[in-house]
Ligand binder design. Sequence first.
Ligand code: MN
Length: 297
Amino acid sequence: MRIARFNHGRIGVVVGDAQLVDITEVIGEDAAAWPPQGTVRLIARFAELRPLIEQALPSLPRLRLADVTLRTPVPWPNKVIAYPVNYHDHGREMQAGYRADVQGFFLKPCSSLSGAGEPVELPEVPGREVHHESELAIVIGKQCRGIAREQWREVVFGYACLLDMVVRGKEERVFRKAFDTFCPVGPWITTADEVGDPTQLEMKLWVNGELKQHASTRDLVLDIPGMVQMAAAVMTLHPGDIIATGTPAGVGPVKNGDTVRIAIDRLGEMSVPVVQGTLGRTPVFEKPYTPDIIKQR
Ligand code: MN
C-alpha cells in the first residue's frame, strides 16, 4: 500500500499510476487536528486498520494525483535519524576519514520535513553552497529498543525518497541541515510488503534534468538491518520515525529556480522546485566557504 498526505492534512492511499483515495474519515482522523500525527497513528495501528481501508477503497471517490498537493507523509514523527557518509564514493568525494558504521548518526529536526508538492526554500546564506543529498528513507512501524539484527523486518513499516539538504561548511552539522524544507520526504510511503527486497534499489537524482547521483542501496556501507539495529541500540524507535540512510557521490549545489528530481525503484519519484527565501540569515555563515569536492568517476 502507498500512503500519502495531501492538501490540508488529508490522508490518502495511492491507486494505480495517477490516482488517490481519501481515507481520512475511514481511519477516524481529523484533517485539522494539531499536532498532525494522523499518519503516525495509522502506522502504529496499521495491522488493525488495513482491512478496513481495503474494504472501503473500492467505494470511495478517486482523485487525480495531478489535482492534489502532496505533503510530507509523516510531518510530526518522534525523530528523523540520519546516517552520514554511508556510501564509500561519497566518503571519497568529501574526503571524509570515517564511515557511518563507525561514526553513528545525527538527527534532523522534524520541522525540516516537507513534501513532494512543496518547494525547498533556500536560506539567506550568501557565500555558501546549499547541496542536495539523494537518500532512501526508512519508516519505522513498531516501537522497539535493543533489537537483534535479524529482527529489522519486523519493525520497518515502509520506504520513501528523501532529500537531505545541507549548507556546506565546517559548522555544526545539525545546524547546517536544520532549515525548514531541508528534508523533503515523499512522494508517499510505500509499505515494506510492496517493496520486497530493499537491498537492490536503484536511486537517481537529477537537477534540471541532468543526472547528478546514481547508486544502488547494495552499496550502502552500514546496511539497512545495521542502521535499524544501531538506532534502536541507542534510542526507543517509534512508529513513524524516519531514517535517512545516507547519500552516494554526486552531491552538488542547487540555486533559485532549479528543480531537483529524485526517483527510487518501486517508491516513485518527486520533483521539487528550489526557491530563494528571505529567512535564515545568522552570523554562523558569514564567512564564505566553498567545499572541496573530489569528483568521482
Ligand atoms: Mn545525508
